[in-house]
Ligand binder design. Structure first.
Ligand SMILES: *[C@@H]1O[C@H](CO)[C@@H](O)[C@H](O)[C@H]1NC(C)=O
Ligand SMILES: *[C@@H]1O[C@H](CO)[C@@H](O)[C@H](O)[C@H]1NC(C)=O
Length: 525
């Protein structure tokens, strides 16, 4: 249960296309990535992770699994008569990890956060919703601070419904939509205004789609949510998906079922991403990708008979910008359940963690898949996937992974600067639709070509799904050569709040497929 923290150097060292790999120096093991152990143990399990805009990562697990391996500071204890495991608990179930110093400190959660969800508000505060038992109606907030004093603040009974295995998405107007959860066929909103006034609670809105997609194993938990450029939500549960207008509680469109009748959501946990939104080619096209999962009977087979079925090797890609899209299926080199899918700064997708047999759920996974796989969305169809080097440790149920500002992937369970561009200045605030410039350096001996400027929203990751993750490739107007190795790129802020809801994003300059050595935090508003 206790997590070691690992990093994989992934995005930093991948030549993007064959053309560029010839003009760039090649590195030993360039395709392998490299694993680095940060901490043999952080005392808790990194079941849920969120990167904040001060380069600290909030991690937490659950309170009802006995003591963790990290004491609360100053002899503090948690007294919780309704906890299922410990009424008095002097250990932590949450930490704040500092990327820069590779240190962490204990945080205090009072009520049970098991299998909950979250999103970051435009002001940079993490809002976490629900959990289990006495935590299932709780909203918690964590606001980043510059000293060592910030901690969780809990708002009991603030959720209208119990939210256990729900998914969240930040919306263009700064509210958060909270969808589903176990036996919850509905959604509700978090709004800061309502939160502050005790008199008005947001209501609940029925969503029959969640009832239609329930099967005996409840393979529709942690539904995949993606906010689309047209302002609607894409919701995927089990094998089905809809285009949903949350403002009017209306299903706009039902998409075809993903081929194969195998479920993709918890406990048959596959994963999903919204592929990068590119503002440079006229209309912004939105494509959804769903990878991995387990056969329909997988969970019951594991629970009832201790038999661990082979997992799915298929991915489906759906062009939701198309009037009548169909799933285009592809085969991963390795079958996997509980794989995390993350967008890397150069637009590639990494699929990492998980198992080759079984499903999600306690002790239901077998045959850990230690090798991450890279998917290159715009490569020729037979050259999209490749396999990276194996992790020293298996990462099964309750592992998570997030992208860090320096392009590395942190696995809950390394500095790199070869020829990566370096951003030397960028605005702290980026306005929707407005021009701004980014200056950066590229070593003199390289010809500058294929420059792009991208923003990535940090994800709330749990149970193989990274909520709120999105990348926008900004519209590039011009690149000018300033001095020997300094350039400036003029770009346009994301055109709408539907394409990029307000809030903090990591901005990267990508040169010939290689992202800048550090992503810079910008606030989109
Ligand atoms: C954490 O684990 C170590 C090694 O097993 C042990 O010595 C230590 O007492 C544990 N700490 C807590 C707070 O459980
Ligand atoms: C997605 O559909 C749109 C609208 O039909 C089309 O313009 C675009 O080329 C499609 N994208 C891909 C990758 O197929």
């Amino acid at each position: 249960m206790i997590a070691a923290l690992f990093l994989i150097l992934a995005s930093s060292i991948l030549p993007f296309t064959l053309v560029f790999s010839q003009t760039l120096p090649t590195y030993p093991g360039a395709r392998d990535g490299e694993w680095e152990l940060l901490h043999a143990s952080v005392g808790i399990s990194a079941m849920h992770m969120q990167l904040l805009n001060n380069n600290k990562v909030v991690m937490f697990d659950r309170t009802d699994f006995g003591p963790s391996n990290l004491s609360l500071p100053d002899g503090r204890c948690r007294y919780d008569p309704s906890d299922n495991a410990l009424k008095v608990d002097c250990t932590a179930h949450s930490i704040l990890y500092d990327i820069g110093t590779n240190t962490f400190r204990a945080l205090t959660v009072q009520t049970d956060t098991w299998c909950s969800s979250g999103a970051v508000l435009p002001d940079g505060s993490l809002i976490q919703t629900g959990g289990y038992n006495d935590g299932d109606h709780v909203i918690r907030s964590f606001t980043p601070c510059t000293d060592e004093n910030c901690d969780w603040i809990e708002f009991p009974r603030h959720l209208t419904e119990r939210r256990w295995y729900a998914s969240n998405q930040i919306l263009p107007d700064g509210r958060i939509i909270i969808v589903g959860g176990r036996r919850q066929f509905n959604y509700e909103f978090y709004s800061q205004i309502q939160q502050d006034s005790t008199s008005s609670y947001p209501g609940t809105f029925r969503l029959n789609f969640l009832l239609q997609t329930v099967d005996p194993s409840e393979n529709n938990l942690y539904p995949f949510l993606h906010l689309l450029p047209d302002g609607n939500l894409f919701i995927f549960a089990n094998t089905q998906s809809i285009l949903f207008d949350y403002r009017h509680n209306r299903v706009v469109k039902e998409f075809p079922r993903i081929p194969g009748d195998d479920p993709r959501n918890y406990p048959s946990s596959g994963s999903s991403v919204l592929l990068p939104l590119n503002e440079n080619n006229g209309n912004v096209v939105a494509e959804i990708m769903v990878c991995g999962g387990a056969p329909r009977e997988g969970f019951l087979q594991a629970m009832q008979f201790g038999s661990f079925t082979h997992t799915l090797s298929t991915c489906g890609r759906l062009n939701v910008s198309d009037e009548n899209p169909n799933w285009v299926m592809e085969d991963m080199p390795i079958a996997r359940v509980m794989g995390d899918m993350l967008l890397l700064p150069n637009g590639d997708v990494i699929i990492i963690n998980g198992a080759g047999r079984g499903t999600a759920g306690w002790e239901n996974g077998r045959d850990p898949v230690r090798e991450p796989v890279i998917y290159r969305p715009s490569a020729a169809s037979d050259q999209r996937f490749y396999v990276m080097s194996a992790s020293p440790k298996p990462r099964l149920y309750h592992s998570s992974a997030i992208l860090l500002p320096d392009g590395r992937v942190l696995v809950g369970a390394a500095g790199y600067s070869l020829i990566r561009p370096v951003i030397t200045s960028v605005n702290e605030v980026v306005s929707h639709g407005e021009f701004f410039t980014v200056t950066f350096t590229v070593p003199e001996y390289l010809t500058v070509e294929a420059i792009s400027v991208r923003i990535i929203a940090p994800s709330f990751t749990t149970h193989a799904f990274s909520m709120n993750q999105r990348m926008v490739v900004l519209r590039l107007i011009a690149v000018s050569h300033l001095t020997k190795c300094t350039y400036s790129a003029t770009v346009v802020g994301p055109s709408t709040a539907e394409i990029a809801p307000p809030g903090y994003y990591m901005l990267f300059v990508v040169h010939a497929g290689i992202p800048s050595s550090a992503g810079m935090w910008v606030k989109v508003q």
